[in-house]
Design a protein around this ligand. Sequence first.
Ligand code: URA
Length: 236
Amino acid sequence: MKLDRFISNRTAHSRQATRLLIASGRVHVAGCITHDPRHEVDQFVAISLDGELLQARQAHFLMLHKPVGYLSATSDPQHPTVMQLIPSPLREQLHIGGRLDRSSSGLLILTNDGLWSRRLTEPRIKLPKTYRVTTLRPISPETAERFAEGIYMTTEQLTTSPAQLQQLAPCEARLTIYEGRYHQVKRMFHAVGNQVVSLHRESMGAIVLDPALAAGEYRTLTTAEVASVDQAQTNA
Ligand code: URA
């Protein structure tokens, strides 16, 4: 819906008067003054007039501690899905912002705000994602350097953004990557002759998996956690 229509529907102002008050800078959309009456708005933005809230952001943002064995999908005939861990009717509204493989565990974000979740996953934004990885073979000394240079992915015909590897034990490391391509971490280790045995996502940007959440549990994101992703867009 256009902003001028939204304001005139919610207030006593005519469409014409609404356009004037938007042009004069009295309307904030998502915290910023908007002068354009044709600006598209939906339920995912806060809208205020003269500092008075007309609409709060009506969005859901959850973090789930995904257990191993659950599919990042809405439904599946064979395997349990992460959506089954969220009660109905909330789960019907949600989608996943950055999937994890069935064999992976850790931070999974669920929301109904598509624009917001795109910022989590879009390679252009370069939001860091940190994984705890265990490997089949000891991690070779060149691995960190190879990952920092970027790994060429033949399917996509591109090189991954420089990633940071922090070795924790011979077969254990913390890896930070800046995209979320299909099986990316597994493919990166495969490219250096190793194999991932377990993969656990610890964080996405400033959002860190809450240690109070046992596998299968979820909680609502804090306002600061939600805002950190909006901020990531601004910094891109
Ligand atoms: N990379 C993978 O290979 N798998 C995941 O689940 C996440 C990142």
